[in-house]
Ligand binder design. Structure first.
Ligand code: BES
Ligand code: ZN
Ligand code: ZN
Length: 465
């Protein structure tokens, strides 16, 4: 992975190229104070500060300064330096006015590349672009967020053939080894006994890519207990309700929830949040074989509820159900799950906005506030009780999918809710974990959506005072 730490450096008055950030309000005044040759050059480039992320190099006695257009020079967005960091030549830079604040993150992620699968690296190897900052105390936490984001991207981008349940286990095991956490994997007979839904969904791949429940526990027993759960479907073919080619194409990313959960756990550990953390990743491949679970099968869940399988492609909620049940048994005060759960969430909110559900208005308000603050948006959707109707089964306690094409992300969340104890605060993020169209600092491919928001929520909740 990109080594992010050297890319932000404390300001020790070292030599650095000045970077001027201007917006459409500040640009005319700034321009007036520039030497005539700057003005001529910017005019020749038609640099008017109105096109976001546009930048120009201003020659300075054998070297250069940089000017870049940002939306609001007074409140920098996390991404406003990303294109610069990606484009500038190797060297050391310093903002000419002010500090990077949130924009330091984009400086780092603008330099992240996933090229494990390129035999020839893109272009000649370029040295690091270092940003000098007077906010030395923020460097470490910004580097951690960049690392966590890159971890999500790399896990999601890795092809399913190279990242199955065993490799997800390996990634979690690494975190446990680094942090001295307790680590447990349940598979085989024990999985079938204790987690029948996880075993059923992963049954078709049980020979080569066996399903498992991965658990990690970290922190002091006496600290408040929280559980984080991530959907770890390493490939979602749909099962016997096979997806069409177009729907299957991106399904290597169906472990995106697990990647978010793992990255969040690594942040909690690195920042030493005073919590007792329980991470749960049900890891499976939803495949097709003679022993695949079938539409019409009825499976008794860990909780004891009988689930009729209406559609084998609604597999995420099944594996999450057993994991939520397990998490609830220890009475955490807060439960958060991440899942690439429904296409319906994307139809409703598009690619950028995770659908966010919470069983407490206060938790929801805090989460949306945190999301806004760190510019990692979430959009709340309702846990609408009347839609429970849609999950009725003729002969079992409930069905895993509704036969209505409507409100798919809500019915999925209502299904999960059946497995969350009533007295436990719960947040559920139905996230895309993917970016179809690149944006500065955010290439096409796997991406973290909702990770920074939830981490900010947890920091606000557990680090205050
Ligand atoms: N992994 C998919 C959801 C998904 C699809 C997320 C596309 C992002 C993009 C999930 O397992 C699934 O297939 N859900 C079905 C549920 C349906 C069968 C009730 C869906 O959303 O169509
Ligand atoms: Zn599916
Ligand atoms: Zn899925």
């Amino acid at each position: 992975m990109t080594d992010f730490a050297p890319l932000l450096a404390p300001d020790r008055a070292q030599k650095a190229r000045p970077v001027h950030l201007v917006d459409k309000d500040s640009f005319p005044g700034w321009l007036k104070k520039r030497p005539a040759e700057d003005r001529a050059l910017l005019e020749a480039h038609r640099f008017d500060s109105k096109t976001g992320f546009a930048f120009a190099l201003l020659p300075r006695g054998g070297d250069f300064e940089v000017v870049s257009a940002v939306k609001n020079a007074g409140a920098l967005s996390p991404w406003c330096l990303a294109k610069l960091a990606a484009s500038l030549p190797e060297g050391t830079y310093r903002l000419a006015e002010g500090e990077p604040a949130a924009a330091a993150l984009g400086w780092l992620l603008g330099q992240h590349r996933f090229d494990d699968y390129r035999s020839k690296k893109n272009g000649p190897e370029r040295g690091p672009r270092i940003l000098v900052t007077g906010e030395a105390a923020r460097i470490e936490s910004t580097v951690r967020i960049a690392e966590a984001t890159a971890l999500v991207r790399e896990l999601v981008n890795r092809p399913a053939g190279d990242l199955g349940p065993a490799e997800l286990e390996e990634a979690a095991r690494n975190l446990a080894a680094r942090s001295g956490a307790k680590f447990r994997v349940t598979a085989g007979e024990k999985l079938a006994e204790g987690y029948p839904l996880i075993a059923a969904v992963g049954g078709a791949a049980s020979k080569d890519r066996a399903p498992r429940l991965i658990e990690l526990e970290w922190g002091k027993q006496s600290d408040p207990r929280i559980a984080i759960i991530g959907k770890g479907v390493c490939f979602d073919s749909g099962g016997l309700d096979l997806k069409p080619a177009s729907g299957m194409r991106l399904m290597k990313k169906d472990m995106g929830g697990a990647a978010h959960a793992l990255a969040l756990a690594s942040l909690i550990v690195a920042e030493k949040l005073p919590v007792r953390l329980h991470l749960l990743i049900p890891a499976v491949e939803n495949a097709v074989s003679g022993n695949a679970y079938r539409p019409g099968d009825i499976i008794k869940s860990r909780k004891g509820l009988f689930i009729e399988i209406d559609n084998t492609d609604a597999e995420g909620r099944l594996i999450l159900a057993d994991a939520l049940t397990r998490a609830g048994e220890d009475q955490p005060e807060l439960l958060v799950d991440f899942a690439t759960l429904t296409g319906a969430a994307r139809v409703a909110l598009g690619p950028d906005l995770p659908a966010f559900f919470a069983n407490s208005d206060e938790l929801a308000a805090r989460a949306t506030d945190a999301a806004r603050e760190v510019e990692d948006p979430l959009w709340r959707m309702p846990l609408w009780e009347p839609y429970d109707e849609m999950l009725k089964s003729d002969i079992a306690d409930l069905a895993n999918s509704s036969n209505s094409p409507m409100a798919g992300c809500i019915t999925a969340a209502m299904f999960l809710k059946r497995f969350v104890p009533d007295n436990v605060e719960w947040a559920h993020l139905d996230t895309f974990a993917w970016r179809d169209a690149p944006k500065p600092g955010r290439p096409k491919g796997g991406d973290a959506l909702g990770l920074r928001a939830v981490f900010a929520l947890l920091k606000g909740r557990y680090l205050q005072g």
